[in-house]
Design a protein around this ligand. Structure first.
Ligand SMILES: NC(=O)c1ccc[n+]([C@@H]2O[C@H](COP(=O)([O-])OP(=O)(O)OC[C@H]3O[C@@H](n4cnc5c(N)ncnc54)[C@H](O)[C@@H]3O)[C@@H](O)[C@H]2O)c1
Length: 95
């Protein structure tokens, strides 16, 4: 994964965080996205901005760069594409 940039959604905890850390350990820089707040359809405790901060800390511990953002992936495709392009221009190519 060296030289790659991985875009991970649901990155604040659980499988998303695990993917961020594993990809960083494999050499990728990471764009970590999570809503990090309440979701009406989720009945258990929601992820927090602090959870997303912890993902950032764990990726940096692997020696990789990370850009994190609170973002709801249900936003319009056009908005998501623009946001990803902005990250790509600052971080390199996204795989
Ligand atoms: N953990 C498992 O073993 C497992 C197994 C099979 C399937 N799954 C499924 O995989 C998914 C993730 O599992 P998990 O255990 O990591 O769950 P989790 O609840 O711990 O983490 C999900 C993360 O996604 C974020 N998220 C949810 N909706 C979002 C949105 N619209 N925009 C941005 N971020 C959003 C949440 O804030 C949360 O941080 C779930 O749908 C789960 O049902 C999990």
């Amino acid at each position: 994964m060296a030289g790659k940039v991985a875009l991970v959604t649901g990155a604040a905890r659980g499988m998303g965080r695990a993917h961020c850390v594993r990809l960083a350990a494999e050499g990728a820089d990471v764009i970590a996205v999570d809503v990090a707040g309440p979701l009406p359809s989720v009945r258990y405790e929601h992820a927090t901005p602090e959870d997303l901060d912890e993902t950032v800390r764990l990726v940096e511990k692997e020696g990789r760069r990370v850009v994190a953002a609170r973002l709801d992936v249900r936003i319009s495709r056009r908005c998501a594409v623009r946001w990803t392009a902005r990250c790509r221009s600052s971080a390199g190519s996204t795989s």
